[in-house]
Design a protein around this ligand. Structure first.
Ligand SMILES: [Zn+2]
Length: 41
């Protein structure tokens, strides 16, 4: 899992799902779910 804030990849279950909509570079779509480390929120 990759943190949507700092980009850190970890196996820890310390992520939260956010309802933010973010554009995906080089893609037409958007990501409705963003995972971030709790410490980054
Ligand atoms: Zn982070």
């Amino acid at each position: 899992v990759k943190c949507g804030n700092c980009g850190e990849v970890t196996e820890k279950e310390s992520y939260v799902m956010l309802g933010e909509v973010v554009p995906i570079p080089k893609s037409r779509g958007q990501a409705n779910l963003v995972q971030k480390l709790i410490e980054c929120v």
